[in-house]
Design a protein around this ligand. Structure first.
Ligand SMILES: NC(=O)c1ccc[n+]([C@@H]2O[C@H](COP(=O)([O-])OP(=O)(O)OC[C@H]3O[C@@H](n4cnc5c(N)ncnc54)[C@H](OP(=O)(O)O)[C@@H]3O)[C@@H](O)[C@H]2O)c1
Length: 281
């Protein structure tokens, strides 16, 4: 997708964090933007801020839980009628939960799968005729945790590995229908989700990610736009994410060795810390 001026973009999760930053970048490039998320209040606030910065470009919003199939069936046709169908669909909504596997309930897993995969499934399937008509581009937002598994991310990585798998299938299956599919895999990014995750993360996970740079949502959004124009399938913002993907591809045992070594170091630090009587978190 080389020209963004005048296109219509739907962004799920557009009221916050990375989705909001992508919306701002697209508006700057002259796109019309529809924000989709659950909280009406946060959508109205986000729309106001985007209109204030975006000049004359059209922005609208739809309050919708994308994992609710029936609600999506009812609401999406109205958005298409009112605002036009999407040339670009960015599935950027998502929820997280980073705990030890033994503390992660089956309900936690189902919630993450239902939103992080089921929500994407719903928007694509329900908008398919519109996407086909417009030879649209779909971008599903996964994560670096969608191609490397680290302690604490059992449910989240299950959802994001699954999302990359779904995207690979759709890349192939929808290509003959003129629809391009790609995946954005952000690294740790400073958003409300990341801040909330840090409160509950196991100690080892915190230590293991401590040395990695945390990117801003604006950085990720700019990388997203470059990737979109470059027609890549996997868009991985930041050097460390791309290096991880490369090592996983050419030498997966090396990557496992690095991850295991990081965990050993984190466990030693945890033992020292608890030996000093300090809190683990
Ligand atoms: N931040 C990171 O470090 C990081 C790293 C890698 C990947 N990611 C991925 O990037 C995406 C955006 O995350 P973020 O960090 O920007 O999080 P965020 O600031 O918490 O934003 C999440 C957005 O998703 C919406 N949302 C959540 N559940 C929804 C549902 N069922 N239906 C519709 N909208 C829903 C939220 O609005 P409502 O709550 O109002 O619905 C919000 O707009 C997610 O897919 C996340 O997994 C984030």
């Amino acid at each position: 997708m080389r020209r963004l001026h005048g296109i219509t973009a739907y962004i799920t999760g557009g009221s916050s964090g990375i989705g909001y930053a992508i919306a701002a970048e697209l508006i700057r490039a002259g796109a019309r933007v529809a924000l989709l998320a659950r909280s009406e209040e946060r959508l109205v606030e986000a729309e106001k801020r985007l209109v204030a910065t975006g000049g004359q470009v059209a922005v609208t919003h739809l309050s919708l839980d994308v994992s609710d199939r029936e609600a999506a069936e009812r609401a999406l046709p109205g958005l298409v009628d009112q605002f036009g169908g999407p040339d670009l669909l960015v599935n950027c909504h998502g929820v997280t939960g980073v705990y030890y596997f033994s503390d992660t309930s089956h309900d936690d897993l189902m919630r993450l799968l239902s939103i992080n995969i089921g929500g994407v499934w719903n928007t694509i399937q329900l908008l398919l005729p519109e996407l086909e008509k417009r030879h649209a581009t779909i971008v599903n937002v996964a994560s670096v945790a969608g191609f490397v598994g680290v302690l604490g991310y059992s449910a989240y990585s299950a959802s994001k590995f699954g999302l990359i798998g779904l995207s690979e299938v759709l890349r192939n299956e929808l290509k003959p229908r003129g629809i391009r599919v790609c995946v954005l895999c952000p690294p740790d990014t400073d958003t409300p989700m990341f801040r909330a995750e840090n409160v509950t993360k196991p100690f080892e996970t915190k230590i293991m990610s401590e040395t990695l740079p945390v990117k801003s949502a604006e950085y990720v959004a700019r990388a997203f736009l470059r990737g979109l124009k470059g027609r890549k399938f996997l868009i991985v913002p930041g050097f460390m994410g791309r290096l991880t993907l490369f090592v996983k591809g050419v030498a997966p045992r090396l990557l496992f060795g690095i991850v295991d070594n990081d965990l050993r170091k984190a466990q030693k630090k945890m033992a020292r810390t608890s030996g000093q009587g300090e809190s683990r978190v």
